[in-house]
Design a protein around this ligand. Structure first.
Ligand SMILES: [Fe+2]
Length: 386
């Protein structure tokens, strides 16, 4: 037996209109000069103006850096680093999906400590404090608002660099499901499957603990019955609220238990072929689950039961059969494309599978999987996607 260290944001504001509490939250952190880090879509949708208005109501002046990009790259964050360094900011408000929040975490560290993003790549553990980040997620989701992880792509070699440490944990997260009501179905599905994957991977991870298990199981209970609902009707408030909390709990689970083989294999696909993170996870989830079940059959059966697709009367084998069926059915209903349908060229994919397998192993995530694959086995699973 050993103990587990749990790391969380200092403040979690959860529920309807949580984002409106930003001025009070900043005040309680003794911050009064925030830089808002976001993307163009958040500006267009009026989210940034509305946050700035809430801040102005309490006499808080803010500036905006809105040039973050999906699947952020090293070059995409550098202008933000310069802005954060040269202004007299005492905090960062990260507003958006996983990409703006991941960008903000990296900017927070680089602005205060200098160097290059590569210097902060895993296995280095980043414990130094950056500018305090208050995260306001607008998808349910990446869970980035409660994780000590950021992922920045080195575009010169198409590598998704995983960076880990308490330095990347936001000091506060405002988890407001109302911000997700207008998220379109495709993004809703991709981010929702990402959250489900976080919960499942945290639960089967070799680093799982009683603490992370409770978060992961509850996340699955919240996410699984609501994923189809929010995909088909984005305005379903009850389903959106449960998805949002589920996504945050899944983030807590995997931040404290780590992700595993799906994420390890997903990052190289994303980096090489520019597949959105949740989509590449969804493409891999059924095949990786099938590969992993023999090593953790009870754990996967627990997942099936938490997701409500099997019950106590089902044997573990029966529950796992249902789990595989459900993951395939979910991809079909949520219209997850195959790599071919996404537009990836088979020849190109097969030419880089060995390189992707190497990157997957180097990230460390496959080592947390209940069944730890060799490079050859990873190549095999990649090939199976076709
Ligand atoms: Fe993820």
């Amino acid at each position: 037996m050993s103990s587990t260290q749990v790391v969380l944001p200092r403040i979690l504001q959860v529920g309807a209109d949580a984002s409106q509490q930003l001025p009070d939250v900043l005040a309680s952190l003794d911050c009064r000069r925030p830089l808002i880090i976001t993307d163009k879509m958040m500006v267009q949708l009026g989210y940034v103006a509305s946050i700035q208005k809430v801040l102005e109501g309490q006499d808080i002046q803010s500036d905006v850096f809105s040039d973050t990009v999906p699947e952020p790259t090293v070059s995409s964050i550098m202008a933000g680093v310069t802005m954060a360094r040269e202004g007299n900011y005492d905090s960062i408000v990260a507003l958006g999906g996983g990409s703006p929040i991941d960008s903000a975490k990296a900017i927070s560290i680089l602005a205060r400590h200098g160097g290059e993003m590569r210097d902060y790549k895993f296995p280095r553990i980043v414990n130094e404090a950056g500018l305090p980040v208050v995260a306001i997620p607008t998808t349910a989701g990446t869970g980035s608002e409660v994780t000590r992880v950021t992922i920045i792509t080195d575009e010169t070699c198409d590598e998704k660099m995983l960076s880990v440490g308490v330095g990347f944990m936001p000091v506060a997260a405002l988890v407001d499901y109302k911000l997700t009501l207008s998220v379109p179905p495709r993004t809703t599905a991709d981010t929702g499957i990402d959250a489900l994957t976080h919960a499942m991977e945290a639960y089967v991870s070799k680093k799982a603990s009683l603490y992370s298990d409770t978060q992961a199981l509850e996340a699955m209970r919240l996410i699984a019955p609501n994923l189809r609902r929010v995909y088909h009707d984005g305005s379903d408030e009850q389903a959106r609220e449960q998805m949002m909390l589920g996504s945050t709990l899944a983030g807590v689970a995997f931040s404290n238990a780590s992700v595993a083989l799906v994420h390890g294999m997903s990052r190289p696909i994303g980096a090489m072929f520019h597949v959105p993170h949740g989509l590449s996870n969804a493409m891999l989830l059924p095949a990786v689950t099938e590969y992993s079940i023999p090593a953790a059959s009870e754990r996967y059966a627990d997942c099936a039961r938490a997701m409500g697709i099997a019950d106590a009367a089902d044997s573990d084998d029966a529950a796992n059969e249902k789990l595989l069926q459900e993951l395939k059915a979910l991809n079909e209903e949520l219209k997850v494309p195959t790599p071919a349908e996404f537009g990836i060229e088979k020849d190109h994919f097969f030419k880089v599978v060995e390189q992707m397998a190497e990157q997957a192993l180097a990230s460390g995530s496959p080592g947390n999987n209940p069944r730890v694959p060799s490079a050859e086995e990873i190549v095999e699973i990649y090939r199976k996607l076709w």
